[in-house]
Design a protein around this ligand. Structure first.
Ligand SMILES: NC(=O)c1ccc[n+]([C@@H]2O[C@H](COP(=O)([O-])OP(=O)(O)OC[C@H]3O[C@@H](n4cnc5c(N)ncnc54)[C@H](OP(=O)(O)O)[C@@H]3O)[C@@H](O)[C@H]2O)c1
Length: 374
């Protein structure tokens, strides 16, 4: 026989069991809901993390092949900073990458967001970044061959990012990295010149002095106290003089084409930013140990280098490739802050017309740097 108490306990047990089961079902449902909510949140965040970018999807095509679209905002790795872009500069190298001059190595894939020289504000930093925080105004150099600059946000290595003093505008800063580093390294590394005024007994020729690299090269050469002869088109002669050139040759005249210094000087160094000038034209104008530092080199240049070696020529040809160096960029920013260096700006283009900046660079007639602003 079962007494009333035992029967009641059994019923209570059953009720408890049922309630437990119900609780578990509710818990499972809640878990599912939370999971779903989290997924929705993630999706929503993904949605938020899109940015406007300009990119191309295959080799070639120039400015017409640039597309505007939305791309996911990159996430900074541990040694990177995420920068909200304010200004970007276009370099001839960016166009060469699009053209396919470095295929199949570069670009690393499509779509490719071009441009490497940027100025902007840090919005996020990787876990090991020590010297930057959100809100810092900076100038940075991305990989020139990989790009990433023509977008609302980009990630830069901490060691290629430099604080941007308030004296330097975003446009001026964005014009600096690649062209500034090329000019700086041509003078300091290749020519072995110190920028301390100690080279007053030396002469330098700078070809295509009215271009992005040329304007920086003139100013840096004058800091070294070199005597500067520059070549450019007639329309830029006064501007080239105004940044420091001592004498200027119009490259379209016979005198300009001969590269002869108007004051009869022989060049100890040439920073050769133009193209299509043969060695024999330089050779007549060089001092005994004169050195031509060639920025636009090709297979022909290496042949010429080899020839100089086998004939024991004291006059040298040095093909040069800039390297991305944060400490060099820092030195350039310091000179700019001190008012010893400035960016000559050819033109500024709004981001939604970035293709105009690209087309301008492709023409090869920029006077200084071409800037895209956000
Ligand atoms: N190896 C490296 O590390 C390195 C680094 C940076 C650049 N580069 C190369 O160096 C070259 C120059 O770069 P950039 O950024 O200065 O180019 P840029 O800004 O496009 O140069 C354009 C300027 O060059 C002038 N110019 C063109 N041909 C000339 C000539 N024969 N004589 C005198 N002036 C001439 C143009 O004057 P007009 O308008 O009057 O014609 C224009 O003002 C490019 O080929 C670039 O790819 C190489």
């Amino acid at each position: 026989m079962v007494d009333d108490n035992t029967a009641n306990e059994a019923v209570v047990d059953e009720i408890n069991k049922d309630e437990k089961k119900e609780d578990e079902v509710v818990k499972e449902e809640t878990k599912e809901e939370t999971k779903e909510e989290k997924n929705e949140e993630k999706e929503a965040k993904k949605e938020e993390k899109k940015m406007k970018a300009v990119y191309y999807t295959s080799y070639g095509g120039g400015a017409n092949a640039l597309k505007h679209g939305e791309i996911t905002v990159p996430v900074p790795k541990k040694d990177e900073v995420l920068i909200k872009t304010e200004a970007v500069s276009i370099n001839p190298l960016d166009l060469k990458v699009q053209h396919g001059s470095f295929r199949p190595l570069y670009p690393k894939g499509f779509p490719c967001i071009p441009a490497s020289d940027i100025a902007g504000e840090v919005v996020d930093v990787g876990s090991e970044v020590k010297n930057f925080k959100a809100g810092d105004k900076v100038v940075a150099m991305l990989s020139s061959y990989v790009g990433g600059g023509l977008a609302e946000y980009s990630v830069a290595k901490e060691n290629l990012t430099v604080q941007r003093p308030t004296e330097i505008t975003a446009a001026e800063a964005a014009g600096l990295p690649l062209a500034g580093l090329a000019a700086y390294q041509a003078l300091t590394n290749c020519a072995g010149i110190k920028l301390d005024g100690s080279a007053s007994d030396k002469n330098i020729l700078i070809t295509a002095a009215s271009g992005g690299v040329g304007f920086f090269a003139i100013q840096l050469a004058k800091l070294a106290n070199l005597h500067v002869t520059a070549t450019c088109g007639e329309r830029n002669i006064e501007l080239v003089k105004s940044v420091g050139a001592d004498e200027v040759l119009d490259y379209k005249t016979p005198e300009g084409a001969s590269l002869k210094s108007p004051s009869g000087k022989q060049y100890d160094f040439v920073i050769h930013c133009a193209s299509s000038i043969g060695w024999s034209t330089f050779a007549h104008n060089l001092s005994t140990h004169g050195k031509v530092i060639e920025l636009n080199y090709g297979a022909k240049s290496y042949w010429s280098v080899a020839l100089r070696k086998v004939t024991f020529s004291k006059k040298q040809l040095v093909p040069m490739s800039f390297s991305a160096k944060g400490d060099n960029l820092e030195s350039l920013v310091k000179l700019m802050k001190e008012g010893k260096l400035r960016t000559v700006v050819d033109s500024k283009h709004p981001f939604d017309k970035a293709e105009n900046a690209w087309a301008k660079s492709a023409e090869g007639h920029a006077t200084g740097k071409i800037i895209v602003e956000f």
